[in-house]
Write a protein that binds this ligand. Structure first.
Ligand code: HEM
Length: 330
């Protein structure tokens, strides 16, 4: 609760400075209200990636990771982690075969009480270039009181005015869904700043690449697999051995946009493997220790800092408000 209060206080303290900007970003409460307007009461669920399962394991940095970040998470020691695998969407019954994102959220628990949270998705780009566009998109998709459904004209007008918000949907249409939570890359999407042992600060994005390789469903499997097969698949794999991912940093080239998460950087940009995530066990049922975690950087360890990407900065307090709201009876 202390971390929650600190995050909300931080966002409130930041308000006067942000109010000088031409278009002030929406407040964390306005963001969470927009989710609620679109999907209804949270009823204990996350408004995004409501379906999921909690797991655990460890993270060990490579020597390059230790060189590139002074964070204790990258010390090279095995750091215990809590992981949440998710399925995109607001419903806890979202089908595992849908053309939506899969999530990999991680809480790193480094020595000395240093906690670092992150939430990653199985798509290299986000669906909104700014928090304002996200809020307006949710508002445009809120059910029309007359019909109980989103107004198609309102949605069409929003999409026409915000063409960048179609990019993630295009990517999902062009790529079949992951076959398993264990066989897809997960991107951090936003840009972060890594403070290295040499004192230099380097902008970077990350991806967790599956050691088992990337495998996608076939069209036939999308039709035939049960809607809840992912958790069983994960438990089956874990019974046979750990499920692992390599954390890889990608560095921008000249002209790459650091602040727009709807645009991926070209594949030929320099990359460095900075650690390995090893998942060893999964909970038997949804919930578990993940329920009370908002997988966002409430306490920032020095060594990996936020960039100026406005969608990244909006996430921090919005996740905290969301945790608060889904923890209250509705
Ligand atoms: C303006 C930008 C964004 C806003 C306002 C936002 C908002 C939220 C909120 C309110 C939640 C629910 C948190 C909770 O109740 O614990 C959530 C969950 C999530 N978001 Fe975002 N989000 C944003 C951008 C992103 C981006 C860029 C990614 C991709 C890396 C992402 C990935 C996720 C995932 C994976 C979850 C589920 C986390 C979990 O397993 O607990 N979000 N988001």
């Amino acid at each position: 609760m202390h971390r929650l209060a600190a995050a909300i206080a931080t966002s409130l303290i930041a308000t006067p400075a942000l109010a000088q900007a031409p278009a002030p970003p929406p407040s964390p409460i306005a963001i969470v209200d927009a989710f609620q307007g679109a999907i209804g009461p949270f009823r204990g669920n996350r408004p995004s990636h409501a379906k999921g399962i909690c797991a655990s394991g460890s993270f060990t940095a490579t020597p390059d990771g230790t060189r590139l970040s002074i964070s204790p998470v990258f010390s090279g020691q095995a750091i215990p982690v809590i992981v949440r695998y998710g399925v995109g969407g607001a419903g806890p019954t979202a089908p595992d075969t849908a053309r939506s994102t899969r999530g990999l959220s991680i809480r790193f628990q480094a020595p000395g009480g240093v906690v670092w949270d992150m939430a990653n998705i199985s798509v290299p780009i986000f669906g909104s270039p700014t928090p304002q566009a996200l809020v307006e998109g949710l508002q445009a998709r809120a059910p029309d009181p007359a019909t109980g459904r989103p107004n198609p004209d309102r949605v069409a007008a929003y999409v026409a005015a915000n063409p960048k918000t179609t990019q993630q949907g295009r990517w999902l249409a062009a790529n079949l869904p992951p076959a398993s939570w264990a066989t897809t890359p997960y991107w951090g999407v936003n840009t972060f700043r890594f403070r290295g042992q040499d004192g230099e600060v380097r902008p970077a994005r990350w991806v967790f690449e599956p050691v088992a390789g990337t495998e996608r469903l076939t069209e036939e499997q999308m039709r035939s697999l049960p809607p809840d097969y992912l958790a069983d698949d994960l438990r089956r794999r874990l019974a046979a051995g750990p499920v692992a991912y390599d954390m890889v940093l990608q560095f921008p080239g000249a002209g790459d946009d650091l602040n727009d998460p709807t645009v991926a950087w070209p594949d030929d940009r320099p990359r460095t493997r900075v650690g390995r995530l090893t998942v060893t066990a999964a909970e038997a049922a949804p919930g578990g220790p993940c329920h009370g975690i908002s997988f966002m950087f409430l306490s920032q360890a020095p060594g990996v800092e936020l960039s100026d990407d406005p969608t990244l900065r909006a996430r921090q307090a919005a996740y905290a408000v969301s945790l608060l709201r889904r923890s209250q009876p509705q």
